[in-house]
Write a protein that binds this ligand. Structure first.
Ligand code: 13P
Ligand code: SF4
Length: 368
């Protein structure tokens, strides 16, 4: 969702008085509404959400888990999605028309998803097809807008998440000789590298310059990486890893694959949000971890595992600002507006876009 969409005049903002309500009162009201609606109301929460929101979630998960849960929920009339805009769009597309998806704050976008728009995608595709012929298949990270997913679905491609990127990329390479991976160049590069593809066989597509940044001939390129990134995960550096090891060489480094190739290569382990959570949970008491992912999750892991020594890989790290837009006041506001039969933050993806985007989403869900 681009900034202009967020500030569109039709988008209502939360009344100021919600900020004055006490935590106790808000918590009581949220609990009351949840009990009154029962299974008609479902609140999924992404692991990067704040604790004040996560405590009300009916289920928590990473992008893949939440997409799977959405696809399986036929019952809830209202799905109040605690996460970011592209996740709420995906949930709307995977659920029935009679179900309503609500995002408590429409400003909860994703800067990475905004790095690829449909005009850029058409231009990139036309240029790449003229260079490579039609032996190319698009894959989009779920962290993308619904219309990008629809374009990918229409062109025989699929969505991926950080949990299944390896499987989906292998599937794509069994279909066509080369892959356009968007919008996160780092996830694309790290995943292709894990599949044994040399970095020299990858080139970056710059949507601003509308150019493929490579010295190599088209025949030598197997993976085309869109020049996009996550502004949260790009902040982790190899210097952060050195600094941790200067303090104590016993720290193991685990990072999300949205981090750059250098950082992933210098780490002990890399994997999706779920992989990080599971690895820390199953590690022995007393083990030492420096984690390279979103701060709300790192802080939660620190609290959940007092027997382990856990730190953020970057001590100056901030949480994902857009994920953080969803807070207790916005959650309560969204719920009270449902109660008043006047919902706000309703996410409805155009049926034409949904039709094609579902092709991409379902291809992914059938692979994993
Ligand atoms: P996952 O939930 O797939 O780990 O992705 C992390 C992320 O950046 C979500 O926006
Ligand atoms: Fe987007 Fe990165 Fe925030 Fe995830 S963590 S929502 S990819 S900006």
């Amino acid at each position: 969702m681009a900034l202009l969409d967020i500030i569109r005049p039709g988008n209502v903002t939360m009344p100021e008085y919600y900020k004055q309500r006490t935590e106790q009162e808000m918590s009581r009201r949220i609990g009351e509404i949840k009990r009154a609606y029962g299974t008609d109301l479902f609140i999924p929460g992404h692991h990067y959400q704040k604790d004040e929101v996560i405590r009300f979630a009916d289920t928590t998960g990473d992008s893949l888990q939440l997409a799977q849960v959405a696809a399986g929920n036929q019952k809830a009339k209202y799905i109040v999605f605690c996460g970011v805009h592209f996740m709420a769009e995906t949930t709307d597309m995977l659920t029935h028309d009679r179900q309503m998806v609500v995002l408590p704050d429409m400003r909860a976008g994703c800067s990475m998803a905004d790095m690829a728009n449909l005009t850029q995608m058409h231009r990139a595709w036309n240029s790449l097809v003229s260079q490579f012929g039609d032996n190319i298949i698009p894959l989009t990270y779920v962290n993308s807008t619904a219309d990008i997913k629809a374009f990918v679905g229409q062109h025989e491609g699929a969505t991926v998440t950080s949990s299944n990127a390896k499987k989906v990329l292998a599937w794509a390479l069994s279909k066509k000789a080369r892959v356009l991976f968007l919008p996160d160049q780092h996830l694309g590069r790290n995943t292709a590298f894990d599949l044994g593809i040399p970095l020299t066989d990858m080139a970056v597509w710059d949507p601003e310059q509308e150019a493929l940044l490579t010295q190599r001939t088209p025949d030598e390129i197997k993976i085309i990486l869109w020049k996009g990134h996550c502004s949260v995960h790009e902040k982790f550096t190899v210097q952060n890893i050195r600094d941790i090891h200067v303090r104590d060489t016993n720290f193991r480094i685990i990072v999300h694959p949205e981090c750059s190739r250098d950082v992933v290569a210098a780490s002990d382990l890399a994997g999706s949000t779920k992989y990080i959570i599971d690895t820390i949970a199953s590690s022995p008491s007393g083990s030492k971890w420096a984690i390279g992912t979103e701060m709300n999750l790192v802080n939660r892991l620190i609290r959940q595992h007092p027997d382990k020594h856990i730190v953020s890989l970057n001590p100056d790290m901030c949480p994902c600002l857009t994920m953080n837009r969803i807070d207790m006041p916005h959650l309560l506001w969204a719920l009270e507006r449902i109660e008043q039969d006047d919902p706000v933050g309703v996410i409805r993806v155009d049926p034409c876009i949904t039709r094609y985007a579902l092709l991409a989403l379902n291809r992914m869900l059938n692979i994993v």
